[in-house]
Ligand binder design. Structure first.
Ligand code: B1M
Length: 212
């Protein structure tokens, strides 16, 4: 079995320690971090996602797989985030209110840090007001929101509206993403930028600061 396959298998079994060790081993063998992330860790998480959808596994199994995923990405973090560039701008990042999914958000943070952006990560289940207060306090030009549930996507509209009410809508770029989010949805709620994955989100965020 290839090392990427092994990483995927261990991740599905929720064996965080093995995942961590194998990710390090793959790096030591010269494999690049992006391949390990996409073909080992994310591939395993996608299989778990499919099984979850089909009721073949349940929340506890998904949760321990998610922990194993995070253990693996922690090893990759210094590499994915190592650009050596000093902070070019600030981003307020979080998973929206009612939503506890943070793996995608954490990837977005790593990729943005890799672009030299300073990321203020508010965590999960973040109310709209908290995004706005943080943007004001930190004087950040970007608010980046992640949502994984169709039921929590609507919180993103709330964030746009709260920014308007607080009088900062013209000063911030609101970026949104997460599996159920689309370009059409982005336009419909009046947000600024939709990106489908973490790498594109980091490119777009860096682009906002470059243009300003
Ligand atoms: Co949840 N869950 N979950 N879950 N979970 C999904 C999302 C689901 C699609 C599974 C399914 O049914 N197939 C489904 C949502 C259905 C829907 O709304 N249409 C679902 C459900 C229903 C639920 C619960 C309601 C289950 C329950 O309790 N009955 C519950 C809700 C809890 C809550 O949030 N209030 C729940 C709970 C959980 C766990 C806690 C067990 C766990 C989360 C652990 C954690 O995150 N720490 C979990 C997980 C792990 C998943 C799946 C299996 C995997 C999600 C993931 O991390 N993917 C997921 C099924 C799936 O996606 N296949 C599922 C890997 C991650 C890298 O991808 O986050 O999409 P993702 O990020 C991507 C892009 O979306 C993008 O970049 C990343 C790639 O580079 N991206 C952005 C993300 N944010 C971005 C922001 C950007 C730009 C791009 O700009 C700002």
């Amino acid at each position: 079995m290839s090392i990427l396959n092994e990483i995927s298998q261990y991740l599905q079994q929720g064996r965080a320690k093995n995942v961590k060790e194998l990710v390090q081993k793959a790096l030591d063998e010269g494999m690049d971090a992006k391949t390990i992330l996409e073909e080992g860790l994310l591939s395993g998480m996608n299989i778990i996602g499919e099984k979850f959808k089909n009721n073949e596994v349940y929340v506890p199994e998904v949760l321990i797989a998610a922990r194993a995923m995070n253990a693996g990405t922690e090893v990759l973090k210094p590499i994915l985030a190592s650009s050596g560039v000093k902070a070019v701008g600030k981003v307020i990042l979080g998973t929206v209110k009612g939503d506890l999914h943070d793996i995608g958000k954490n990837l977005v943070r790593m990729m943005m840090e890799g672009k030299g952006l300073e990321v203020i990560d508010l965590g999960v289940d973040v109310p709209a007001e908290k995004f706005i207060t943080a943007a004001k306090e930190e004087d950040a030009k970007i608010i980046a929101c992640s949502a994984l549930l169709t039921t929590t996507m609507s919180e993103m509209k709330n964030i746009v509206e709260t920014a308007k009410e607080a009088g900062i809508r013209d000063d911030v770029t609101i970026m949104i993403g997460g599996a159920p989010v689309t370009e059409t949805f982005c336009k419909s709620i009046g947000a600024d930028i939709y990106t489908a994955d973490a790498a594109s989100a980091s490119d777009a965020a860096a682009g906002v600061y470059k243009a300003s």
